[in-house]
Design a protein around this ligand. Structure first.
Ligand code: 6PG
Length: 491
């Protein structure tokens, strides 16, 4: 039998799979493909893959037999049971050191489990985030691999060559242990939800607040795309707004205002709650999609609940639009600050060694949130790898201070108009909370102790005989309760 020629195998010939194969082929690698419905393999070879080095396989066994060792097989199938099913089909044909790579949007706990299971059998596992949609897969996605560290040297060349390149640097690096790759992809998606919601709120303010037409709004987004907001999502928004239906109306105005979601944003928000990290902007972005989904109920509410009297804008429109740009920028800084805080906490909780500059570099190109802004984040974490928060970085600290007055004016105006800005507003609330030396949690603690003897601690400098530093204190507030406290102090 001829010696194997395949550099890498790929299972799953849906749109992402096909495009990734063509991309890897362009970069000089020989890819062997397989699909559960094998007719798709022949169809792909006879059409899109015609004239390339791409090879097909009609069974898992044939696929494995065509691969060089250590064998590397990427799964691009639906996240969930399909991944486990293909892993168990592959296992009997693989040998020690072979690598299974899951490139779907898998939930990171599954990747943690799969890494452990495969490593216990002498195999290696990589859970890789793949972002950038069809276009990214074909011409250079952002790739976020994590899992068995021993797999990285074997896949590095293929992955880095296939990924998008920014200033000659690949948007792909080793993310970290076990589920770290899929974890970082999940946070990417959460941030994607946040960016999209912020843009949608800016659109709403420009349309319903200032009364601008989609064409005018598109021009504003095009201008913003040349400044600090320069990003794929701003660019595509301008294109969407300009796109006309056959009757000349902007198509976007005919799209039902009910947002779908596949769950990765929700996973990020749930993870933030579990980790105790105030990732409020992604949370609001997920809830805004939930609220949008209540279309019928909103229609009924709109008939019986009135907002403020709409007043025409009498201020300086140009200034207002500049303020809005700054509000969007500042809110975006907060969202990424929160996203990186979450990653830091999870890395600490799970013992991962995450490289934050590397993560920002992976997101600079290829993915949905790609932007110039991520270059600035890369710089911040390169300068200070252990940066506690982006707001402590000089560049972002100055940027957020500069944006602050406009950001406040926009939210104040939106509140007066009755236009909801959950993402802008929560970003500002976080900012004001984060920069506050004192927050009213003293009252919360008093309330908890009053009704449930949950105890509190004394503020430094306020100690006295009964308020002893470092001690869990219970006060008999009413004179009726006992002196027994409910539980220990958990901050
Ligand atoms: C990407 C995207 C992608 C995601 C979709 C859908 O990075 O290419 O994040 O992975 O699946 O954008 O997300 P929702 O359906 O949840 O909006």
């Amino acid at each position: 039998m001829a010696s194997p020629v395949g550099d890498i195998g790929l299972i799953g010939l849906a749109v992402m799979g096909q495009n990734l194969i063509l991309n890897m082929n362009d970069k000089g690698f020989t890819v062997v493909c397989y699909n559960r419905t094998v007719a798709k393999v022949d169809n792909f070879l006879a059409n899109e893959a015609k004239g390339t080095k791409i090879q097909g396989a009609h069974s898992i066994e044939e696929l494995v037999s065509k691969l060089k060792r250590p064998r590397k097989i990427i799964l691009l199938v639906q996240a969930g049971p399909a991944v486990d099913s293909f892993i168990s089909q592959l296992e009997p044909h693989l040998e020690k050191g072979d690598i299974i790579i899951d490139g779907g949007n898998s939930h990171y706990p599954d990747s943690i489990r799969r890494t452990k299971e495969l490593e216990s059998k002498g195999l290696l596992f990589v859970g890789s985030g793949v972002s950038g949609g069809e276009e990214g897969a074909r011409h250079g996605p952002s790739l976020m691999p994590g899992g068995s560290p021993a797999a990285w040297p074997a896949i590095k060349e293929i992955f880095q060559a296939t990924a998008a390149q920014v200033n000659g640097e690949p948007c792909c690096d080793w993310v970290g242990e076990t589920g770290a790759g899929h974890y970082v992809k999940m946070v990417h998606n959460g941030i994607e939800y946040g960016d999209m919601q912020l843009i949608a709120e800016a659109y709403d303010i420009l349309k319903r607040g200032l009364g601008l037409h989609e064409d005018e709004i598109a021009t504003i987004f095009e201008r913003w795309n040349k400044g600090v907001l320069d990003s794929f999502l701003i660019e595509l928004t301008a294109n969407v707004l300009k796109f006309k239906d056959d009757d000349g109306e902007p198509l976007v105005t005919k799209i039902l205002d009910q947002a779908g979601q596949k769950g990765t944003g929700k996973w990020t928000a749930i993870n933030a709650l579990d980790a105790g990290m105030p990732v409020t902007l992604i949370g609001e972005a997920v809830f805004a999609r939930c609220l949008s989904a209540l279309k019928e109920e909103r229609i009924r509410a709109s008939k019986v609940i009135a907002g403020p009297q709409k007043e025409a804008f009498r201020g300086d429109k140009k200034q207002f639009i500049d303020d809005l740009e700054q509000a969007l920028y500042a809110s975006k800084i907060i969202s990424y600050t929160q996203g990186f805080m979450l990653m830091r906490q999870t890395a600490k909780d799970l013992g991962w060694n995450l490289n934050y500059a590397g993560i920002a570099r992976m997101w600079r190109g290829g993915c949905i949130i790609k932007s110039v802004f991520l270059g600035d984040i890369t710089a911040a974490y390169t300068k200070t790898p252990a940066l506690e928060s982006l707001l402590f970085d000089d560049f972002f600290n100055k940027a957020v201070h500069k944006a602050q007055p406009g950001w406040r004016r926009i939210i104040a105006q939106a509140v007066l108009w009755g236009i909801p800005t959950p993402a802008f507003s929560t970003a500002l609330a976080f900012f004001d909370g984060y920069r506050a030396e004192v927050v009213p949690a003293n009252l919360l603690q008093a309330q908890r102790d009053y009704f449930g003897a949950h105890t509190f601690r004394v503020m430094p400098g306020k100690e006295n005989e009964r308020l002893v530093a470092g001690k869990d204190i219970h006060i008999n507030w009413t004179g009726r309760g006992g002196n027994v406290s409910a539980s220990t102090y958990v901050a």
